[in-house]
Ligand binder design. Structure first.
Ligand code: BGC
Length: 758
C-alpha cells in the first residue's frame, strides 16, 4: 500500500502565504464512512485507556470492552504485548458492527523498554542521526509489542526550568528544536508507515505548553503572535512538514481560549496555513478541562472542541456522550463529525491497519526486537553523547582505571532513578546503576560506595515525588551518620565521585519547582567533600537546568548526565574513564538564580542594553544583584581536549536576494585527547521592522577531531535562513547588515558581517 498522493494548492493571499492541502479521498475509507451511523462516526473519535499506562488525570476509562463492541471506541492506549493487542483488535474486528480496528497508542518518549536519555539530555548531543536512530529503535520495540501510534515527539520550547516538563523537550531554541522535531518524526514513522516496525508519531503539545506563567504546569500562557511565530511555533511546524501523522493539543489556553477548543490554532493555523492533513487528538481529558477553564458545560466544550478542529477526545468521553445531542440541536454539523471520523480512518489506513488489523500482533517479535544487545548499546552510546562537561578542575578527568575511588551520593547506586521522567514502559530494575557501571568498565579500580546523604530530607516532599515508586528513599540512619560514612571513604580515596542531583519525578509532568538548586541535604555533603582537598567530580543528574552557582565556585569538576536511561552506569563509566570524551552542549541557558527566569540566549537587545562587562549601570537593562548573562550559556559544553577557532570568514561581504554566501571557520583540536565538537553558527539581524533577537542560531555541525587535527567547517547562508515573521506575520527577509560568529557556544563576540542586498 502506498502513501496517498497529496495535492498541494498554494494560495498567495494578501498578507501572507496560505497553504491548503487538498487530499485525495481513500476509497476504503469512503466506503466505510458511507456505511457508518452518526453514533459509529462519533465512536471513532473516542480514545480510551483501560489502565495499565500512566493515568495523568483523575479518570480511567470504564467498560472499555463493551464500548469497543458497541463501536464506541476509535483507539486505546495503555495496552501492550502482541497477545493483548490481538485480543483488543479481535474485540473490535469480530464484535463491532463494522469491524474497524483500533489505534493502539502509547507514550514512548525516550525509548520503549530500552530507555535512553530523557529528551532534554538527548537534545544536548546535537546529533540528529543519533536522535533519529533512537526514535527508530523505539518504534521497532514498541511495534513489536503491538503499539502503532506514539504520543511523541514533545517539541514545546521551554525557557523556564521551574517547569518540570522541560525534561521532555529539546530546550529553548526554535532552530535546534525544529531539527530535532524532524529527526524524531522521521525516526518513528520511517519511509513507509505501513511497515510493521514503524509507528505514527504525534507532535505535542500544540501549542506553547512550555511557556506557562510562573513555570507552574498547566498554567495559562499569554504570548504575542509575533513571539509565537518567531520563537515557539517553528518546531510544531517542522514536525508537520516532516509528515507527522497526528497532533496533540495542549492543556493551556492561548489568547484566552484553551488549545483543545481553539479554532484559530487548530483550523486557521494548523490546517489552513500549515496544510496539516492528519488528525488532532486532545490531551488527557483536556476537553473536559475546558469546563474548569470556564468555557461551559461538557456539551458546550465538546461542541466547541469539534468545531475548532479537534478530531479525537482522549479519555474524557465528552464527544461520546454529547455530540449526538449537539447535532440534533444544531450546534455541531454532522459534516464536522464526518470530517473528523474520516481523518481517524485515514490514519488507520496510513498505518496499514485497514488492510491487516493484526499487523502489529506478531508474537515472535518481542523476543527478537526488544531490549536486544544492539539496542542497549545504542542506549549506552546515546547516553554518553548526551552528557555535558560543565566544569573542569585540575585535570581530574578522565579518571585512571586503576584509581582508588570513593563513590558517594544518593544517586550513585539507585536503579530507581536512572530512567528519568515519562518512561512508563521501561523497567528501572533493568537499569545499570553508576556503581555497577564503574565496576564493569574499570574492574581494576578500587571502588568504595557510601550514600552520604538523602536526595532530600523532607519526607513530605519525598512523598510527592514518590507517586510512581520510591525515587527518594530516606535512610533510617541520621544525615550525620550518612555524611560520616562518606567522609570516611573520602579520606582513604585518591578521588571522590559524587553522584548528586534530582530524583526521577522531581522533573516531568506536574513536577514544577520554585527552587531549582540541588536539595540542601546534598549540598551539605558536596561542601564537605570539596573541603577535603581531594579531587572531586560531581556527576550531576537532573531533568532540568539547575541553579548550581554555589557548586561552580567550588574546586570540583562537574559532569551533567541528566537521567541517562537503562545503560546509565555503563555510560557514565565510559565518560569518566575516558572511553568517550564528552561532547554534549547545553540546549538551555542555565540561570544564576531563579530570579533570571525566563532566560534564553535569544534575548532582544532592548533600547537600553545591559553593559557587556556585566557591571551594573543605572538606567540600563540590568539587575542590581546579578549579571544578565546565564551562569552557563546555551550551546556551552567542555571536552577533555580543547578546541581553537580561527580563520572565521564569509565568502563575500554581500549576499544578493537570490544568492548564497558561505561562512566558514577552521577548528583545531589543541588538547591531548581526540574529541568531538559542535560547531555553531549565530547571526544577528542588525536592522529589522520588528526588533530582532540579539543573536540566533542558524546552523551547527558536529565534527570529530583527532588530537592536533584541524578541519574547516562551512555553512551556506541564503536569504531563506535570514527570514523572520514580521508584524503582519509574513515570513520575510529584509535587506541590511547581518553580523555572524562561529563558535562552540552561544556566548561569543561577532566575527564579522555581510550585507543582504535587495
Ligand atoms: C500528557 C501527555 C500524554 C498523555 C497520555 C498527558 O497527561 O500531557 O503528554 O501523552 O497524558 O498519557
Amino acid at each position: 500500500m502506498k502513501l496517498r498522493k497529496k495535492l498541494s494548492v498554494l494560495l498567495l493571499l494578501l498578507g501572507g502565504a496560505v497553504v491548503t492541502q487538498a487530499q485525495e479521498k481513500i476509497p476504503e475509507v469512503e466506503e466505510l464512512l458511507s456505511k457508518m451511523t452518526l453514533e459509529e462516526k462519533i465512536g471513532q473519535l473516542n480514545l480510551l485507556t483501560p489502565g495499565g499506562g500512566v493515568a495523568t488525570g483523575s479518570v480511567v476509562s470504564e467498560d472499555v470492552e463493551a464500548k469497543i463492541k458497541a463501536g464506541n471506541v476509535g483507539g486505546v492506549f495503555g495496552v501492550s504485548s502482541p497477545e493483548k493487542v490481538r485480543q483488543a483488535q479481535e474485540i473490535a474486528v469480530k464484535n463491532s458492527r463494522l469491524g474497524i480496528p483500533l489505534l493502539i497508542g502509547s507514550d514512548i518518549i525516550h525509548g520503549y523498554k530500552t530507555t535512553y536519555p530523557i529528551p532534554l539530555g538527548l537534545s544536548s548531543s546535537w546529533d540528529m542521526e543519533l536522535i533519529k536512530s533512537g526514535a527508530q529503535m523505539a518504534a521497532k520495540e514498541a511495534t513489536a509489542d503491538g503499539i502503532n501510534w506514539n504520543f511523541s515527539p514533545m517539541v514545546d520550547i521551554a525557557r523556564d526550568p521551574r517547569w518540570g516538563r522541560i525534561a521532555e523537550g529539546a530546550g529553548e531554541d526554535p532552530y535546534l528544536g525544529s531539527q530535532i522535531a524532524k529527526a524524531m518524526v522521521e525516526g518513528y514513522q520511517g519511509e513507509d508507515l505501513t511497515l510493521p516496525y514503524t509507528m505514527m508519531a504525534t507532535v505535542k503539545h500544540m501549542a506553547l505548553y512550555g511557556a506557562p506563567e510562573a513555570g507552574r504546569d498547566y498554567n495559562s500562557v499569554d504570548m504575542s503572535r509575533l513571539k509565537m511565530f518567531n520563537e515557539y511555533l517553528p518546531p510544531y511546524q517542522a514536525a508537520v512538514d516532516a509528515g507527522v501523522g497526528s497532533v496533540m493539543t495542549s492543556f493551556n489556553d492561548i489568547d484566552g481560549v484553551p488549545a483543545s477548543g481553539n479554532k484559530w490554532l487548530l483550523t486557521d493555523l494548523l490546517r489552513k496555513r500549515w496544510g496539516f492533513g492528519g488528525f488532532v487528538v486532545s490531551d488527557y481529558t483536556s476537553v473536559n478541562e475546558m469546563i474548569a477553564h470556564g468555557m461551559g458545560d461538557i456539551q458546550d466544550v465538546s461542541a466547541m472542541a469539534i468545531n475548532a478542529g479537534l478530531d479525537m477526545d482522549m479519555v474524557g468521553e465528552g464527544f461520546l456522550t454529547t455530540l449526538k445531542k449537539s447535532v440534533e440541536e444544531g450546534t455541531v454539523s454532522e459534516e464536522q463529525i464526518t470530517k473528523a471520523a474520516r481523518r481517524i480512518l485515514e490514519a488507520k489506513h496510513k498505518i496499514g491497519l485497514l488492510n491487516d488489523p493484526y499487523l502489529y500482533s506478531d508474537e515472535s517479535r518481542p523476543a527478537r526486537d526488544i531490549l536486544t544487545d544492539e539496542n542497549r548499546s545504542l542506549a549506552r552510546k546515546a547516553a554518553t553523547r548526551s552528557f555535558v562537561l560543565l566544569k573542569k578542575h585540575n585535570n581530574t578527568l578522565p579518571l585512571s582505571k586503576n584509581a582508588n575511588i570513593a563513590l558517594v551520593g544518593p544517586l550513585a547506586n539507585s536503579k530507581n532513578n536512572m530512567l528519568g521522567t515519562w518512561a512508563p514502559t521501561g523497567n528501572p530494575q533493568l537499569s545499570v546503576p553508576i556503581l555497577d557501571g564503574l565496576k564493569n568498565v574499570a574492574p581494576d579500580a578500587t571502588i568504595q560506595y557510601a550514600k552520604g546523604a538523602n536526595i532530600a530530607d523532607d519526607s513530605t516532599f519525598a512523598k510527592k515525588v514518590n507517586v510512581f515508586g520510591e525515587r527518594i528513599q530516606i535512610s533510617e540512619e541520621s544525615s550525620e551518620t550518612l555524611m560520616k560514612e562518606a567522609m570516611n571513604l573520602a579520606k582513604e580515596a585518591d578521588v571522590i565521585v559524587a553522584v548528586v542531583g534530582e530524583a526521577t519525578e522531581m522533573s516531568g509532568e506536574a513536577a514544577s519547582r520554585t527552587d531549582i538548586r540541588i536539595p540542601e541535604s546534598q549540598k551539605k555533603l558536596i561542601r564537605e567533600l570539596a573541603k577535603t582537598g581531594k579531587p572531586v567530580v560531581l556527576v550531576l543528574m537532573s531533568g532540568r537546568p539547575l541553579d548550581i552557582s554555589e557548586e561552580m565556585d567550588l574546586p570540583v569538576s562537574i559532569l551533567q548526565i541528566w537521567h541517562p536511561g537503562v545503560e546509565a552506569g555503563n555510560a557514565v563509566a565510559d565518560v569518566l574513564f575516558g572511553e568517550y570524551n564528552p561532547s554534549g552542549k547545553l540546549t538551555n541557558s542555565w540561570p544564576r538564580s531563579v530570579g533570571q527566569i525566563p532566560i534564553h540566549y535569544r534575548m532582544k537587545t532592548t533600547g537600553r542594553p545591559g553593559p557587556e562587562s556585566g557591571d551594573f549601570q543605572k538606567f540600563k537593562s540590568n539587575y542590581l544583584d546579578s549579571p544578565n548573562s546565564a551562569l552557563l550559556p546555551f550551546g556551552f559544553g567542555l571536552s577533555y581536549t580543547t578546541f581553537e577557532y580561527s580563520n572565521i570568514k564569509a565568502s563575500s561581504s554581500e549576499l544578493s536576494s537570490n544568492g548564497s554566501i558561505e561562512v566558514s571557520a577552521t577548528i583545531t583540536n589543541t588538547g591531548d585527547y581526540d574529541g568531538e565538537e559542535v560547531v555553531q553558527l549565530y547571526i544577528h539581524d542588525k536592522v529589522r521592522n520588528v526588533t530582532p533577537p540579539g543573536k540566533e542560531l542558524k546552523g551547527f555541525q558536529k565534527i570529530m577531531l583527532k588530537k592536533g587535527e584541524s578541519k574547516t567547517v562551512t555553512f551556506t547562508i541564503t536569504p531563506e535562513e535570514l527570514k523572520f515573521y514580521n508584524s503582519q506575520l509574513d515570513h520575510v527577509f529584509e535587506p541590511g547588515e547581518f553580523e555572524y560568529f562561529v563558535r562552540g557556544t552561544s556566548d561569543s563576540e561577532f566575527d564579522g558581517s555581510f550585507t543582504l542586498k535587495n
